[in-house]
Design a protein around this ligand. Structure first.
Ligand SMILES: Nc1ncnc2c1ncn2[C@@H]1O[C@H](COP(=O)(O)OP(=O)(O)OP(=O)(O)O)[C@@H](O)[C@H]1O
Length: 309
């Protein structure tokens, strides 16, 4: 369990993390979401002692990270996939890490196999593709077989196969009872991967909820109807006990999703239709709505893009 209490980080006049309090529980993939600059990386860096909080604290099973002996055995982190020494081979990089944490060298071969880079492990990491670097970063995080894993934007720049691989790996690790804390700025990615969501904006906590609750609250579906006979339309629907709401643009919305029934009712009422279409609010849109007041930089007019599909 990772516990953040009023965790705060200020860089000069920038309040990067603002009194964050939440818990990250074992056995779950917890998605850490927020727009660019929300404070996700800063928070993760403070969890593993790479940045000092300006206020508040974060503890891992009750202890500060810098008080944990052999920390790679307790917490694995991939915070910057490019953070290896480019002149070393992948294998040497991992051996050096293993040695400094008293982890046996044979574990290096195990993790190289696990992340699928055993064949290129003798090459210098300078020439690694982004995908290979991400895998090496994950290998380093897994080295001490830690019960807690922190991954900062692990799918960035990966091809679809790589994305699927990381997703499956995280799910399997959570099922083994580990604590998985993974950041992303993509709701769509988290919707597939995470059990729990923590959303921040401008350093502040905006939501701490299960994925199921988030979907329940935000995955609204409705039917959009256009007709040149609005009065007949309302009468026909009302006769069948269906409530329709008129939108500003003259279209109608019926909450819920039985398109066939609504179509049948309107056909029986002899109502001419120009459109009858099922609509679903996307989770991405719910996320954008939740965070739009806290976006650091946004191009005008992009906030509601891709609203409904
Ligand atoms: N070392 C630093 N010095 C000064 N400001 C910093 C530093 N690190 C981060 N910041 C600022 O703190 C804020 C939070 O940045 P952070 O990188 O934690 O956000 P993020 O949510 O990880 O963003 P992204 O999705 O773009 O990676 C930003 O305004 C950023 O410019």
């Amino acid at each position: 369990m990772i516990t953040l209490t009023d965790l705060t980080k200020r860089y000069g006049s920038t309040l990067a993390v603002d009194r964050l309090s939440f818990r990250i529980r074992p056995g779950l993939v917890t998605g850490f979401l927020g727009p660019n600059g929300a404070g996700k990386s800063t928070t993760m860096r403070m969890i593993v002692g790479l940045d000092r909080p300006t206020g508040g604290q974060v503890v891992i099973d009750g202890s500060r990270y810098d008080r944990i002996g052999e920390p790679l055995r307790r917490v694995g982190a991939m915070l910057d996939a490019q953070g290896t020494h480019g002149g070393r081979s992948a294998r040497d990089h991992l051996r050096w890490l293993a040695q400094s944490n008293r982890i046996p060298a044979k574990r290096v071969e195990e993790v190289l196999e696990k992340v699928g880079i055993a064949e290129v492990a003798g090459r210098r990491t300078r020439g690694f593709s982004l995908g290979m670097s991400q895998r090496l970063g994950i290998a380093a995080a897994l080295l001490g077989d830690p019960p807690i894993l922190l991954l900062d934007e692990p799918v960035n720049g990966l091809d679809p196969e790589g994305v699927r691989w990381i997703r499956t790996l995280m799910r399997n690790l959570a099922e083994e009872g580990r604590t998985i804390f993974v950041s992303s700025h993509l709701m769509s990615e988290m919707a597939i991967t995470a059990d729990h969501l923590v959303v921040i904006g401008r350093g502040r906590l905006l939501a701490d909820t299960s994925m199921a609750e988030f979907i329940d609250a935000n995955a609204r579906s409705w039917i959009r109807i256009r007709s040149p006979q609005p009065e007949q339309l309302l009468d026909a629907l009302a006769g069948a006990g269906i409530t329709a709401r008129r939108d500003d643009d003259g279209t109608f919305e019926v909450e819920g999703g039985d398109t066939e029934r609504v179509g049948d009712v309107l056909a029986e009422g002899g109502v001419t239709l120009h459109e009858l279409s099922p609509r679903h609010a996307s989770l991405e849109e719910a996320f954008i709505r939740m965070t739009e007041d806290s976006v650091e930089y946004s191009a005008e007019g992009t906030a509601h893009e891709g609203a409904a599909k």
